[in-house]
Each structure stands twice: as structure tokens, then as C-alpha cells.
Design a protein around this ligand. Structure first.
Ligand SMILES: Cc1cc2nc3c(=O)[nH]c(=O)nc-3n(C[C@H](O)[C@H](O)[C@H](O)COP(=O)(O)OP(=O)(O)OC[C@H]3O[C@@H](n4cnc5c(N)ncnc54)[C@H](O)[C@@H]3O)c2cc1C
Length: 410
């Protein structure tokens, strides 16, 4: 073990992606003494669709950062198109939402967005170390009281009252705390490839439920300067069971009759690169004595849309609220931190359940064809989808199957 560093932080945040950076920003507002540790050097890439909508925009506004984000290179998004396996398409403009703050989303490369957010977080934190890889938790009497890791100064141990695991899919905090699970049924594998000159890019994001990726989808998201983020994702258990080669599937979709015209003049800017999406389709334990898990480390990605940035940022806000309460009580035990689990599931649980049901239904080709065709014909269905994305339909309503039956068949 290396040197034991002097200060005791209120919060040690492991990982400076959207979850960790957001946590540092909220902690700064609350006057918590915070250390932010990040293994990479920014700007760094993160394999992603790069889309920021609903909840991410809400948190950025709350943090007073939305105007700065508007100025970053990327694309403004004003609608979403869903494509069915039989290639019926329906476009849903965000303007159908009654929430004025939901009218615009963004697609911004994570290399740009995460760098921006990390620099904001660096200013909010008391200390920040880039290029520092956390390797283990410091545990005393069963309580997590810090972390150990390696950086430019060699091996270092930091002490803190609460450790926030915001270290993504492979979370060392979750692993060392015994909460990491290998669950292929609650996990998507996806590939991203940046392209230039894809045809007919507009201010929409496109999710196509193609046969090659069910249950999952192929996406085309516009970026700045005629570039696009293109990718494909599929649930891991289906991928394994069917022996799908995701790179081959991506090429097959791009060369299929429905898409090949749009890619005729397009140039791939990289080899497709893959990463994992831990889905929030299962309620997991998110805390223990002296630590909380956030974002992908907690497995909070929307099972239907694959969006995880907004949920990561929400979990960060809830984690800091919990940390403040624990600090006021001077109790950092699992019992004192358990309010975090409750808060996360009260805030996101119903939505995640609805999305999981939609993902389950998305396995059924005929149903996707039917629903997307109906949505193309019937504005009320598009309004409901928009309302779901804008978080303006009561969750109880969305949990009721009769709500959908009435909508589809009335
Ligand atoms: C292909 C793909 C497409 C996606 N598309 C979208 C999309 O369009 N929109 C959307 O909202 N979501 C999307 N997601 C999900 C989204 O990328 C994640 O939900 C989001 O990045 C979660 O943020 P996070 O901060 O929890 O984790 P991350 O963004 O993974 O950040 C974790 C950070 O922790 C650091 N770290 C890791 N280990 C250590 C360690 N031991 N010590 C110190 N630091 C460490 C990492 O370097 C990293 O910076 C996509 C995911 C994939 C894979």
C-alpha cells in the first residue's frame, strides 16, 4: 500500500463521465469536500450514440450549463423517427410535447461533451486527479472508507466518508463491493461507427428496428459537418444464442435495399467499435456501507431506447442528496445510505419497467410492424411516445395495459 494521503474527503468520486462529473457539480453546490478520480486523460472517447435528450437536458438546465452545451459542436435534434422491421417509418416531432424545455435535444460526440462536463466538474471539486486508476476499496470494519489506486505519483490511498462508484460498466467499485453481476439478459452489446456524407440527414434521430438486430435496433444520429453516428445494438443473450456477428449485421443493414442509397456516397471514419450497455431492466442493490453506485456502474440504462446519460446524471443528483443527509446525520452505514436505492427507484423505476416491457414486446416482429404502422397513421400514438420521452404522462397510466389497448384499437 502506498502513502496514506492527509485530507478526508466527504466524497470520493470514482470516474469522471456524465455520472461522476454531475455528482462533482452537485457536490460543489452543497459545499461538500470532493475528490474526483478519473483513469483516462480528457479529452477521451466513450463509445456511445452521443444523443442527449429529456433528462440529460433537464439536469444541464438545472446546473446552468445548457446554454454552454448549445455552443458545443454537434447537432440540434427536434424529432425522432422509428422504423419497423417492414420499414414503415413514423416521425415524431418533439414540438408535440407540451413541455417547452423538451423541444430540442442534442447529438454531441462524447469526446466533446464529456470533456466539457469534466472541466466544469474539475472547477467544482476540491481536488481532481486524471490518469488515476482506482484498483481497490479501502475497507475498515466492513465500512468502505476510501480507495486505493495508481496514478502519476505511483500508488496512492485516499480516504473519504462516502465513495461514489461512477466508473461505468466494468465498475471496480461494484466489483470490489461484490455487487457486479454478469447478466446477459439485462445487458446490450452495441457497435458505433462515425460516418461522413450519409444521405438525408436532418434534425432527427433515427431508430430502426431491423430484423438483423431484434431485440435491438440500428441507429443513425446526425452530427456536425455532415457526419453521423451510426450503430447497431442487441441484447447480449440473444446475440450469443443466435451467434450474431454484430459487425457483419451492421454491414448487412447498411448494404440492404432500404439503406444502401443513403450510404452510397458515405465514408466510414473508423472501424466499428463496441461496448456494453448495462440495462436498468432489473432492480439492483445500489449501495452498501460507505459507498453508492451511479450511472452505468449501477446499471441504469433505459432498456428500450438505450439512453443512459440522463439516468446517470439523475442518479448523481440523488446520490449527492443522499450524501448530504448522511453527512448531517454523521452516519455513512448502508442503513443510512439506503435512501439512495429508494430515491433512484422512485424516480426512475416505473419508467424503466415500462421500457423493459416495450423491449420485451420489441422481440415480436409483427407487433413492432403493427405499432409503428399505427403510429404513422394515428397522431395520438405519436403524442403518447413523445409524452413518454418528455416524461409528462403519469407513470401509473403507462403501467396499465388497457391504456395501450385503447390507444391502439380505439
Ligand atoms: C454503443 C453505445 C451507444 C449508446 N448511446 C447512447 C445515447 O445515444 N444516449 C445515451 O444517453 N446513452 C447512450 N449510451 C449509454 C451511455 O453511454 C452510458 O449510459 C453513459 O456513458 C453512462 O455514464 P457513466 O458516467 O455512468 O459512465 P461512463 O460514461 O462509462 O464513465 C465512466 C468513467 O469512469 C472512468 N473509470 C472507469 N474505471 C475507472 C477506475 N478504475 N478508476 C478511475 N476511473 C475509472 C472511465 O474512464 C470513464 O471516464 C450508449 C452506450 C453504448 C455502449
Amino acid at each position: 500500500m502506498g502513502d496514506l494521503t492527509d485530507p478526508i474527503y466527504d466524497l470520493i468520486i470514482v470516474g469522471g463521465g456524465p455520472a461522476g462529473a454531475t455528482a462533482a457539480l452537485y457536490a460543489g453546490r452543497q459545499g461538500l469536500k470532493t475528490l474526483l478520480l478519473e483513469k483516462a486523460q480528457f479529452p477521451r472517447d466513450k463509445i456511445c450514440g452521443d444523443a442527449l435528450s429529456g433528462k440529460a437536458v433537464t439536469v444541464l438546465r438545472d446546473l446552468g450549463l445548457l446554454e454552454k452545451v448549445r455552443g458545443l459542436p454537434g447537432a440540434f435534434i427536434r424529432s425522432v423517427t422509428f422504423g419497423s422491421p417492414d420499414h414503415t417509418e413514423t416521425n415524431i416531432p418533439f414540438s408535440r410535447s407540451s413541455r417547452q424545455d423538451f423541444l430540442t435535444g442534442f447529438v454531441i460526440r462524447r469526446q466533446v461533451f464529456d470533456h466539457f462536463l469534466f472541466e466544469e466538474a474539475r472547477q467544482a471539486a476540491d481536488a481532481c486527479v486524471e490518469g488515476f486508476t482506482v484498483r481497490d476499496l479501502l475497507v475498515e470494519g466492513g465500512q468502505v472508507v476510501g480507495v486505493q489506486g495508481v496514478g502519476g505519483d505511483g500508488e496512492v490511498t485516499y480516504r473519504g466518508r462516502i465513495v461514489l462508484g461512477a466508473d461505468g460498466f466494468n465498475s471496480i467499485v461494484a466489483r470490489k463491493a461484490g455487487l457486479y453481476r454478469h447478466e446477459p439478459g439485462h445487458w446490450v452489446v452495441a457497435l458505433r461507427c462515425y460516418y461522413q456524407n450519409v444521405g438525408r440527414l436532418t434534425d432527427q434521430i433515427e431508430l430502426h428496428f431491423v430484423d438483423e438486430a431484434l431485440p435491438g435496433y440500428f441507429w443513425i444520429f446526425p452530427l456536425e459537418d455532415g457526419c453521423a453516428n451510426v450503430g447497431i445494438g442487441m441484447r447480449h443473450d440473444y446475440l450469443k444464442r443466435r451467434g450474431v456477428d454484430l459487425k457483419g449485421a451492421l454491414q448487412a443493414v447498411i448494404q440492404s435495399p432500404h439503406f444502401r442509397d443513403r450510404f452510397a456516397g458515405a465514408k466510414a471514419l473508423e472501424e466499428p467499435v463496441g461496448w456494453n450497455l448495462p440495462l436498468g431492466s432489473k432492480r439492483r442493490k445500489l449501495c452498501g456501507d460507505g459507498f453508492l453506485l451511479l450511472g452505468d456502474a449501477a446499471g441504469l440504462i433505459d432498456p428500450f431506447t438505450g439512453e443512459g446519460i440522463g439516468n446517470a446524471m439523475y442518479s448523481a443528483r440523488l446520490a449527492v442528496e443522499t450524501a448530504c443527509e448522511a453527512g448531517a446525520a454523521g452516519d455513512f452505514s448502508e442503513a443510512a445510505l439506503a435512501g439512495y436505492d429508494r430515491r433512484v427507484w422512485e424516480t426512475l423505476g416505473d419508467e424503466l419497467k415500462v421500457s423493459f416491457r416495450m423491449q420485451q414486446l420489441g422481440r415480436l416482429r409483427f407487433l413492432l410492424n403493427f405499432v409503428i404502422r399505427k403510429a404513422a397513421q394515428k397522431q395520438a400514438i405519436g403524442d403518447v411516445i413523445c409524452g413518454m420521452m418528455a416524461d409528462e404522462i403519469p407513470k401509473k397510466k403507462l403501467m396499465n395495459p388497457f391504456f395501450y389497448l385503447k390507444l391502439l384499437f380505439a
